[in-house]
Design a protein around this ligand. Structure first.
Ligand code: ADP
Ligand code: ZN
Length: 524
């Protein structure tokens, strides 16, 4: 609070009503605010739109002194400060966008105790002269927004966030409140350690986004799948790819098909990126094809779908990225194109990483992502369980709930595939195996004499996509292994032997092949 106002003149409830115009706190807010006002450390985990800002803004106004808010994004700082000023709060920001005079004037007023709230970038805050200056200033609290940035385990690590642990050492009596939309336990614990929070209250809200429908499809011909999919959509969407090259390629191809699409990745210059973002926000373009660089700070509430062309490396990333859909609360969709080969490649990349202890955790994280993609039970349950929000009822708004897997006796089908792989000396990749199964008259098959194999054409009655799906199921069940080190050839595992001999049964799920037109989603 500013020096002019005695601390007890305004309480939290009054501020909520008078300044923010709301009548009651959302669940969790009151408890968090109460703790912070009482000078205790707090960690708040709430999804985007959950109402984190009030959790530090109100205590900053109630407590004596100025609330110092660390925020990584200049644009967000400016928005927040503008809104606060409009509501009559004494707020300002300090970052590289200010010229020297404004900067000095703001610092001066800060020292005089003029402000309720100051937003500051981590690199400014951590400058020695700035910390020394703060030591002479009355501080209400430190708020660390986007607190997951302090953690290597988070999806957006920032080096200058790492040093924020200094705050607690230097100002042990000032409460620190960390806030993030990240929910996983590893990151949560790391934030506590890195910020040096002292026995904090950890408040974790619900991470469910009931209006988002989760769907996973076997990635088969991704370009065609994506075109079919976005033709069925009204409104705008984001397509995430795992490399800049893929982003450029897919975006160009979509453009050629007549879609209003644009690319976005960190290899483009800042102006170009800002332009694409603006075009998207103002609905001039419908589709942004992007890497993960398209993310934090994108404030568009009516994104109707998010497609993952490639599997993300963790559920946290997946959750953050899909969370950009449907912020307006209206029905939205998250579609993941999943391929066992992608998955094997990701594991190989992680394995080749340089830090062994880190690789183990990353592998664990990826295993959870894989489990989500391969789940035969409600996807939302898998997701929420990962965030330790156990739920025992199926959601009714994911592909599994809407179209449950239909099992069939798959022994004969499995035998066709496994014996075909065996006849090919385990020297062929998926598409080649499918070509033989379907008996395609391709020159390279004939030249290799593979049209003479006993398994030639035994799968004629089904489509490529059908066999693709079956092969993925067999990989998932552990009968087939993808040998990434040698051209993704399919190899049989020990477990395949009893199947080939017919000694055990194999239950498979009937492949879902086409992308069905959207049914209206259940709303929250
Ligand atoms: P986050 O930072 O968690 O993404 P915000 O703090 O921006 O979320 O809040 C999201 C929206 O919810 C804002 O429009 C905010 O004004 C509103 N909001 C926050 N708390 C309340 C409340 N107690 N009652 C009504 N609306 C609220
Ligand atoms: Zn479900």
């Amino acid at each position: 609070a500013s020096a002019a106002q005695p601390a007890d003149s305004r309480n939290a409830q009054q501020i909520l009503e008078d300044i923010f115009g709301y009548s009651e706190f959302r669940s969790g807010q009151a408890e968090v605010i109460d703790h912070t006002i009482n000078g205790k450390d707090v960690l708040v985990l709430l999804p985007t739109g959950g109402g984190k800002s009030l959790c530090y803004q109100i205590p900053a106004m109630v407590r004596d002194g100025t609330g110092i808010v660390v925020s990584p994004l200049i644009s967000l700082m400016q928005d927040q400060v503008e809104q606060l000023r409009e509501a009559g709060v004494k707020a300002a920001y300090l970052n590289s966008s200010l010229d020297q005079d404004d900067y000095q004037a703001t610092v001066q007023r800060l020292q005089e105790g003029h402000y309720d709230i100051i937003y500051v970038s981590p690199e400014r805050l951590l400058q020695r002269y700035f910390l020394n200056m703060l030591a002479q200033t009355k501080i209400a609290l430190f708020a660390v927004d986007e607190a997951h940035c302090v953690s290597h385990w988070g999806h957006d690590f920032r080096q200058d966030y790492r040093s924020l642990g200094q705050l607690k050492q230097r100002f042990p009596d000032i409460p620190v409140i960390g806030l993030t939309a990240t929910a996983d336990t590893t990151t949560e614990q790391d934030i506590q350690v890195q910020l040096g929070l002292d026995n904090p209250l950890v408040y974790k809200g619900s991470f469910d986004r009931p209006n988002i429908r989760y769907r996973v499809m076997a990635k088969y011909k991704p370009f065609e799948q994506i075109v079919t999919y976005i033709r069925q959509q009204d409104g705008s969407g984001i397509i995430y790819c795992n490399s800049r090259a893929k982003v450029d390629d897919l975006s160009a191809k979509l453009h050629r098909q007549g879609f209003k699409s644009a690319a976005y990745h960190a290899g483009m210059d800042a102006d170009e990126r800002a332009y694409v973002q603006r075009q998207f926000i103002t609905d001039k373009i419908d589709v942004v094809v992007a890497t993960v660089a398209f993310g934090m700070g994108i404030n568009k509430s009516n994104v109707r779908y998010v497609v993952h062309h490639d599997v993300p490396r963790s559920i946290e990333s997946y959750y953050q990225e899909t969370g950009r859909a449907g912020r307006d609360g209206l029905p939205a969709e998250a579609l993941l194109l999943f391929d066992e080969k992608d998955s094997a490649r990701v594991k190989q990349w992680i394995d080749q990483g340089s830090m062994a202890d880190r690789n183990a955790i990353e592998l664990q994280k990826f295993a959870a992502m894989e489990a989500f993609a391969e789940a035969q039970t409600c996807r939302r349950q898998v997701l929420l369980n990962y965030f330790s929000q156990f739920s025992d009822t199926a959601c009714g708004n994911c592909d599994i709930c809407l179209d449950p897997p239909r099992p069939f006796d798959g022994l004969e089908t499995a035998q066709k595939v496994l014996s075909c792989i065996l006849r090919l000396q385990q020297q062929a990749a998926t598409q080649y195996v499918i070509d033989v199964l379907r008996g395609k008259n391709l020159k390279r098959l004939q030249e290799a004499g593979h049209d003479k194999l006993s398994t030639w054409g035994i799968g004629k009655d089904q489509s490529d996509q059908y066999w693709h799906n079956i092969i993925n199921q067999l990989i998932h069940r552990g009968y087939i292994r993808v040998d990434i080190a040698s051209h993704a050839m399919l190899r049989l595992t020990e477990a395949a032997r009893p199947v080939l001999k017919g000694e055990i049964g194999v239950e498979l799920a009937t492949p879902r092949l086409e992308i069905k037109a959207d049914k209206p989603a259940k709303t929250a």
